[in-house]
Design a protein around this ligand. Structure first.
Ligand code: SF4
Ligand code: SF4
Length: 438
C-alpha cells in the first residue's frame, strides 16, 4: 500500500465511505463450457461487448470520482487481450491504483505445441508493462481432469503450470480463483448424496469431511502448480429471482445448475470446511478469503435454519454505495451483478454522494463485494457508529478476534500485491505454532 492510497482510504472512511470499486464486464462472450455459469459458450443469451470508447469514458469518470479499484471481467476478457491491455494502461493513467483482470486460461492450452513458451512470455511481458496489479486464473477443481472437462479446455492445467514461472519471471504473480462447486473434490464431493445416509446429521458430517479434504487438496495442488495467491468465490446460485423485489442477475456468472446449488445447511458446513482450510494453508499461500467474513456468512445462514443459531450483526454490502457493476449489455451501472432491477444509468452521470452511506443488503454471498464490505465495516462503525461497534464486540467477540487476525495477515501478505512474491517468512507467523526456528 502506498502512502497516497492510505491517505485516500482514510479520507474515504472519514466520510463514512470505503474506497470505491468497479467491476466492468467487457463482454459476456466466452469460449468455455462451465456448467456453473450462464455465459458458457453453449448458453442461449444475447452476446454483447462494450465499446472501447465507452470503457475509456467510464475509467476517466472513475478516476475523477476517486474510485480505487477496477476489475475487467467477462465472459472471457482475454478474448480481447490487446484491448484489455490498453484499458489497463488507461485505468492507470486515470489514477486508479488497483487494477485486476483474469482468464479462464484458454491461452494456456496447447502447451506441447512448439512456440508455446515464447507466446506466453510475450503475453506476460506485455501485461507486466501495464499497471496491472492482480491477474487471476480460474480453477474449479482439485482434480485437473475434472476442471478441464468442466471448462472444455483440454490439458489447460499443464499449460497453466508451465506458464506460472514465465509470469513470475516477468514480475506477475497470478492468483488462482476457485469458483466453489460440487466438483471441487472430483468424484469424492460429486458422488455425495443425502439419500445415502441415515440422518441429516450423518450426511452433513460426511459433507463437511469430504469438502474439508477437497479444499485441503485444492490448496496443496495449486501451491504445487506454483501459485502464490488464492481466492475463493462462494457459490452463486441465485434463489430468489421470481418475486418482484427479488434478485435478478444482470451478470450471468450464475446458474441454477445442481453443481452450484447448496442447501443452507450445506452452505454452513461448506464455509466451515473452507474456514478450517484457510487457517491451515495461510502460512505459505496468500489466501484472500477473510476468516471474519466467513464467520459472518456462517452465522447469517445459521440464523435462517429451522433450528436457528443466535442472531449476529453482519455488515451491509457496499454494493450500490461504493461498489458497482457495469454490464456489457447496456454499459449501465448496477449496485452489483445481481440487483439487475436497479439500473443506476451511465457511471459518469452517477452522483456518488447522493447514495445511502449505510447499506443493508445481505441478499447473496458474492465475495467480490461481501468480503471487503465486512472487512471495512468495523472501521466505519468505530468512526461513525461507536455504539454499534461496542454492541457487536460484546455480542460477537469471535468476529473481532478473526477480524484483527485478518488485518495482520493481510499486512503480512503485502495486501495481495500480485506484482511481488510472497514474503514466506512473514506468512510463517500464521502457522498454529508460529514460525519454525533452527
Ligand atoms: S465461468 Fe468464466 S470461463 Fe466459465 S463460462 Fe462463465 S465466463 Fe466463461
Ligand atoms: S449482498 Fe451485495 S452483491 Fe449481493 S445482492 Fe446485495 S449488494 Fe448485491
Amino acid at each position: 500500500m502506498t502512502l497516497l492510497s492510505v491517505l485516500k482510504t482514510v479520507t474515504c472512511l472519514a466520510k463514512d465511505r470505503v474506497p470505491g470499486q468497479l467491476v466492468i464486464q467487457i463482454t459476456n462472450q466466452c469460449n468455455a463450457t462451465c456448467p456453473q455459469c450462464g455465459m458458457r459458450k453453449t448458453a442461449d443469451i444475447r452476446r454483447t461487448r462494450l465499446e472501447a470508447d465507452v470503457i475509456r469514458q467510464l475509467l476517466d469518470a472513475a478516476g475523477e470520482k476517486g474510485v480505487q479499484a477496477v476489475s475487467f471481467t467477462g465472459g472471457e476478457p482475454l478474448l480481447y487481450l490487446d484491448l484489455v491491455m490498453e484499458l489497463i494502461s488507461h485505468a492507470g493513467r486515470a489514477g486508479i491504483p488497483y487494477i485486476r483482470t483474469g482468464t479462464n486460461g484458454f491461452l494456456f492450452c496447447g502447451s506441447r505445441q512448439p512456440g508455446f513458451r515464447d507466446r506466453i512470455k510475450a503475453m506476460a511481458d506485455k501485461l507486466a508493462a501495464t499497471p496491472l496489479r492482480n491477474f487471476w486464473i480460474s480453477l474449479d477443481s482439485a482434480v485437473p481432469k475434472v476442471h478441464e472437462q468442466m471448462r472444455g479446455l483440454p490439458d489447460v492445467v499443464r499449460g497453466i503450470e508451465t506458464a506460472i514461472p514465465i509470469f513470475h519471471d516477468a514480475g506477475i504473480f497470478p492468483s488462482v480463483n476457485l469458483g466453489i462447486n460440487r466438483l471441487v473434490g472430483g468424484p469424492s464431493t460429486r458422488d455425495l448424496h443425502r439419500k445415502g445416509f441415515s440422518s441429516d446429521t450423518a450426511y452433513l458430517e460426511a459433507f463437511y469431511q469430504r469438502f474439508h479434504a477437497a479444499f485441503d487438496r485444492f490448496f496443496r495442488q495449486v501451491t504445487r502448480m506454483g501459485f502464490t495467491i488464492a481466492n475463493t468465490c462462494y457459490p452463486m446460485s441465485i434463489e430468489d429471482t421470481g418475486s418482484e423485489d427479488g434478485l435478478q442477475a444482470v451478470y450471468a456468472a450464475t446458474a441454477g445448475e445442481a453443481v452450484v446449488r447448496f442447501t443452507r445447511e450445506e452452505k454452513v458446513a461448506l464455509y466451515q470446511a473452507l474456514a478450517a482450510n484457510v487457517t491451515r494453508h495461510r502460512p505459505y499461500l496468500r489466501i484472500f478469503t477473510p476468516l471474519s467474513a466467513l464467520h459472518t456468512l456462517i452465522a447469517q445462514h445459521q440464523a435462517l435454519l429451522p433450528s436457528p443459531g443466535p442472531a449476529v450483526e453482519t455488515a451491509g454490502c457496499r454494493g450500490g454505495t461504493d461498489y458497482f457493476f457495469i454490464g456489457s449489455d447496456d454499459g449501465h451501472t448496477y449496485p452489483c451483478g445481481y440487483r439487475g432491477r436497479e439500473d443506476l444509468g451511465p457511471f459518469p452521470d452517477l452522483d456518488l454522494h447522493a447514495l445511502n452511506p449505510v447499506p443493508d443488503c445481505r441478499q447473496c454471498d458474492w465475495e467480490c463485494f461481501r468480503d471487503p464490505s465486512e472487512l471495512f465495516s468495523p472501521l466505519l462503525d468505530a468512526l461513525h457508529r461507536p455504539k454499534r461497534v461496542l454492541k457487536r464486540i460484546s455480542h460477537d467477540p469471535r468476529f473481532f478476534s478473526l477480524w484483527q487476525k485478518d488485518l495482520r495477515y493481510y499486512a503480512a501478505c503485502g495486501y495481495f500485491n500480485g506484482r511481488k512474491p510472497s514474503a514466506l517468512s512473514r506468512l510463517a507467523w500464521f502457522a498454529p505454532t508460529g514460525p519454525k526456528t533452527c
